[in-house]
Design a protein around this ligand. Structure first.
Ligand SMILES: Cc1cc2nc3c(=O)[nH]c(=O)nc-3n(C[C@H](O)[C@H](O)[C@H](O)COP(=O)(O)OP(=O)(O)OC[C@H]3O[C@@H](n4cnc5c(N)ncnc54)[C@H](O)[C@@H]3O)c2cc1C
Length: 388
């Protein structure tokens, strides 16, 4: 049994366990043999998503009536974690995709649900999220891309930065300004990627998650019908934030997966590597690092599953999702670094996977709200909004 096996006191249902096991099995079979090459070549494994789609992984949280599995967010978190143990890039691809599917399910019209959800759950179409711009990151209210009324629809113009899945998506949830400055004049649209005027401007080279596609998208006079609006005009900022609150459960789970992989690799290496006549795990300087990793992994998982369970139950979960993401991402970065230290010089080479975990972990502290933004959300829930 792996050292990172879940403590049995936290009872998972049979369905939750099965979905986690299914994701683990696909990751072991389809990703593990290829990940070193894919990571080195910055390869986006498009074919893998046909397999994940066929297995139901792309539609875990999509209701069955739209071709999905109709499972809960704990099952979803378990699947993301299992993928991330093998490849954090695959995990974020599925996580962002699922974030959009969830947003369409919660915020979309019946027509949008009927049109998009079967595509995302069972027809192997991926989804992307386009909020960030060069001058609008943490302060997303700075969006400048515009949606101008034109007849019975809109014309979209602007540039969106660092869109995960952008080059491979069938649909993009994009935030555009339908009025003057301010949050209340931003609107969300569902945009088919093959519309005239939508193009990939640049693919981004990154420190890690090399199997994840990140690109800048250009929108040049893209005409969309009024039915492309997700929710009401002016609700786009709130709808984007609502999507991100759910998305943070996925990123927390991704961080848990990286942390679990760091722990497994460290336990194995500490048992095998001999120095001064003993396995290095016999030295407290090493074993205490492993104890801290195991404890933080348990805590990160419990925070993540709690946020996921609240989300599934329709209870407030925003603060819990921020706590889960903040804790799990901080722990993943700290312990991926410790895993390299435990591996010594070998850890710094690409002969062992821990250098990849270290590169992959860092982004979990940045996207879908940086660690500083998570702390603002948590502190405001206690202190209210204090003007300085
Ligand atoms: C690989 C990758 C994938 C991404 N995928 C997507 C995607 O799919 N869709 C999308 O829309 N975006 C995506 N992003 C963008 C990502 O969400 C933003 O990078 C992130 O929100 C931070 O914005 P920023 O980079 O502009 O940093 P900034 O907002 O400029 O922040 C810079 C620093 O200042 C800090 N800071 C900012 N404001 C405050 C404050 N009020 N108090 C304290 N500190 C503060 C930040 O925490 C950070 O440390 C992606 C980014 C990357 C790198």
């Amino acid at each position: 049994m792996l050292e990172t096996a879940r403590a049995s006191a936290f009872e998972l249902s049979d369905e939750q366990k099965q979905i986690g096991a299914l994701a683990a099995e696909i990751a072991a079979r389809e990703i593990a043999p290829n990940i070193v090459k894919w990571d080195r070549e910055h390869f986006f494994p498009r074919e893998l998503y046909s397999k994940l789609c066929a297995a139901g992984i792309l539609g875990i949280i999509v209701p069955e009536e739209y071709g999905g599995v109709g499972a809960d967010y704990v099952s979803y978190a378990l699947a993301i974690e299992e993928l991330a143990k093998v490849d954090a890039g695959t995990a974020v691809t599925v996580s962002v995709h699922s974030m959009i599917a969830s947003a369409i399910n919660r915020l979309g019209s019946d027509e949008q649900r009927r049109y998009y959800l079967p595509k995302l759950a069972s027809e192997n179409s991926l989804a992307a999220f386009a909020l960030t711009e060069p001058d609008a990151g943490s302060d997303a209210s700075g969006v400048r891309s515009s949606a101008r009324h034109d007849g019975d629809g809109y014309v979209l113009n602007g540039r969106k930065q660092w869109c995960t899945n952008g080059a491979y998506s069938g649909v993009i949830m994009g935030m555009f300004r339908t009025g003057e400055a301010g949050k209340r004049s931003i609107s969300a649209f569902l945009i088919d990627n093959d519309l005239p005027g939508v193009s990939v401007e640049r693919t981004t080279e990154k420190l890690g998650i090399h199997t994840s596609n990140t690109c800048d998208l250009a929108f040049d006079d893209v005409r969309v019908p009024a039915t492309a609006l997700l929710g009401s005009e002016g609700d786009g900022f709130g709808n984007a934030m609502a999507a991100l609150h759910g998305g943070r459960i996925g990123i927390a789970a991704q961080a848990c997966g990286i942390l679990a992989a760091s722990l497994d690799a460290s336990v194995k290496f500490a048992g095998e590597r001999v120095a001064f006549g003993k396995p290095i795990g016999a030295f407290q300087g090493i074993s205490f690092k492993i104890a801290q990793m195991a404890m933080d992994l348990d805590a990160a998982r419990l925070l993540t599953y709690r946020a996921a369970a609240l989300c599934s139950a329709g209870e407030p979960f925003v603060i819990e999702a921020s706590k889960a993401k903040l804790f799990a991402s901080t722990a993943a970065c700290k312990h991926a670094a410790a895993a390299i230290q435990i591996h010594g010089g070998y850890g710094y080479t690409n002969e062992f996977p821990v250098e990849r975990y270290y590169r992959d972990a860092k982004i979990t502290e940045i996207y879908e709200g940086t660690s500083e933004i998570q702390q603002i959300i948590i502190a405001r829930s206690l202190l209210g909004k204090i003007d300085t």
